[in-house]
Design a protein around this ligand. Structure first.
Ligand SMILES: NC(=O)c1ccc[n+]([C@@H]2O[C@H](COP(=O)([O-])OP(=O)(O)OC[C@H]3O[C@@H](n4cnc5c(N)ncnc54)[C@H](OP(=O)(O)O)[C@@H]3O)[C@@H](O)[C@H]2O)c1
Length: 277
């Protein structure tokens, strides 16, 4: 897909962060968007932000839909209605997600369950309604993460969900190729979003040490990389040089990657022990 004029893009998580930035890029490229998220006020605010930035006619290309993607029956009803009302998506971006990093033993069951049901089952629910309706030459982007190919301290529940997205996307890619539908998986690095602010509240010290002082990527740069990836029909889209480098290192030298991370963890523990003495 080279041209987004008159294309219809459904974006879950479209009211914030990477989803919102993606909506902005698709609108600039001439597409219409449906923003999907739970909180109606945030959706309305997102529509105002997106329309104000552009020509007044843009407003007519933005639809919003309040939906909790973890609720299977609700997803079936609401998305079937959207198909009838505004049409079948040419592009689907499964971006809704959350992270609640913490030490494994401090993650209560309901947090684990919410992480899996939002990041993995929610994507399944949306795909289950939309895939049968999608046509030849359409494109699906499932948002995973660097944490979808490298398990990082503090991200047990999150990585379980995002590794799941990698597997789901890889299998689906093969199934949908004969129908002329492309599947990509987007693996953003740490990105400057409201979600990241939330994430930082519970991140263990060790996780911060592993991330080091990396500069957060702007959500608009992640969105641009995704659009380029769709144009070139890439399966794995990794925005930024560091993310690509990490991917290659993890594939070729997993033990080296583990030992670098283990070393960061050891330093934090040593420091903590020193302070406790
Ligand atoms: N930021 C990063 O550093 C980073 C890095 C790698 C991957 N990612 C992934 O990128 C995606 C977007 O992250 P972000 O940081 O941009 O997040 P964000 O700013 O927190 O936005 C999350 C969006 O998902 C929606 N959402 C959450 N739960 C939902 C549910 N059950 N049903 C429907 N919508 C739901 C939220 O709206 P409501 O709350 O109103 O529902 C919001 O629109 C996520 O999948 C995340 O895992 C992010």
């Amino acid at each position: 897909m080279k041209n987004f004029n008159n294309k219809l893009v459904y974006i879950t998580g479209g009211s914030s962060g990477i989803g919102l930035a993606s909506a902005d890029e698709f609108l600039k490229a001439g597409a219409s968007v449906l923003l999907i998220a739970r909180n109606e006020k945030k959706l309305k605010d997102a529509r105002v932000v997106l329309s104000r930035e552009m020509e007044p006619e843009i407003g007519a290309r933005i639809s919003i839909c309040s939906l909790d993607i973890t609720k299977y029956d609700e997803v079936q009803t609401v998305l079937s209605d959207q198909i009838k009302n505004i049409g079948v998506p040419d592009i689907l971006v499964n971006c809704a997600g959350m992270a609640h990093p913490d030490y494994f033993e401090k993650i209560p069951y309901d947090r684990y369950e919410k992480t899996i049901s939002t990041n993995l089952t929610g994507v399944w629910n949306v795909l289950f309604v939309l895939v049968p309706a999608m046509k030849r030459d359409s494109h699906i982007v499932n948002v995973s993460s660097i944490g979808g190919f490298i398990g990082v301290f503090g991200y047990t529940a999150y990585s379980a969900s995002k590794f799941g997205i990698m597997g789901l996307s890889e299998a689906l890619r093969g199934e949908l190729k004969p129908r002329g539908i492309s599947v990509s998986v987007l693996c953003p690095p740490d990105t400057d979003t409201p979600g990241m602010v939330e994430e930082n509240r519970t991140k263990p010290e060790e996780t911060h040490a592993i991330s080091g002082n990396v500069t957060l990527m702007g959500a608009e740069n992640v969105a641009k990389a995704m659009i380029n990836g769709i144009k070139s029909k890439k399966f794995i889209i990794i925005p930024g040089v560091m993310g690509k480098f990490t991917f290659i290192m993890k594939r070729l030298f997993p033990s080296l990657v583990f030992s670098i991370m283990d070393n960061d963890v050891r330093k934090v523990i040593k420091n903590r022990e020193k302070q406790e003495k």
